[in-house]
Design a binder for this molecule. Structure first.
Ligand SMILES: [Zn+2]
Length: 218
């Protein structure tokens, strides 16, 4: 389940909505690089209209490069930044549509996949041996290749049918629905689920309203 941690804003800054700013690193991850990558740009789930972009933050970039299995990444110049943004927009559209990508999208993905080469490595693992795929490049092209490969694996393996948008209309998070009956609605039921429940009670004029959780998603 995705959880998004917000850091408290400095008390000297008067910010009414939201009262907290998101931290650079999400506290809980999906199992899919492409979903975490798409979720790096997200709207304030409370409906303030604010949009946050972790790609702009060096802490997130270093963290995400590490999440891809690399130690360092090349500097992020304007061209690479634009390529990452384009890939993120494309993947959001493809993941939410669930359909087969058109020829233009496939060509875009193949350019990303061709941006880095991989090789096989045989190594001891415990009492046995392990065969793993290693990336020969470590820079942003390899990150984009790893992210594109993550999407391709969801597409080819059929897991894309389990990708959902959060049911909170103000929340832009997407998630992988790993519930048994495929009925999960929220990126995080304790955050967006609870928020919408509170609003529903208020709209219904209930005198005994549930209290929203203080924890903010990120
Ligand atoms: Zn949500």
């Amino acid at each position: 389940m995705l959880r998004r941690n917000y850091q408290a804003a400095p008390t000297t800054v008067k910010v009414r909505t939201p009262r907290h700013a998101p931290g650079p690193i999400p506290s809980t991850l999906s199992d899919h690089l492409c979903i975490d990558f798409v979720n790096s740009r997200f709207s304030d789930h409370t409906g303030s209209g604010r949009v946050f972009d972790r790609l702009e933050r060096e802490e997130w970039r270093l963290w995400f490069v590490g999440r891809c299995g690399f130690v360092t990444a090349s500097p992020l110049d304007a061209r690479v930044h634009a390529e990452l943004s384009d890939l993120r927009d494309l993947l959001r559209r493809l993941l939410l549509s669930g359909r087969r990508p058109d020829a233009g999208a496939v060509a875009h993905l193949n350019r990303c996949l061709a941006g880095a080469s991989r090789w096989w490595q045989l190594a001891p693992a415990g009492r046995g041996m392990e065969l793993s795929v290693r990336w020969s490049d470590k820079g942003w092209p390899a990150v984009m290749a790893a992210v594109a490969a993550s999407y391709a694996a969801l597409l080819v393996g059929g897991g894309i049918s389990r990708v959902r948008a959060c049911a909170n209309p103000d929340c832009s998070f997407i998630f992988y629905d790993d519930s048994r009956n495929g009925s999960r609605r929220w990126c995080d039921v304790a955050v967006c689920g609870n928020l919408l429940k509170v609003r529903s009670h208020r709209a219904g004029g209930s005198r005994r309203e549930p209290r929203p959780r203080s924890r903010r998603p990120s």
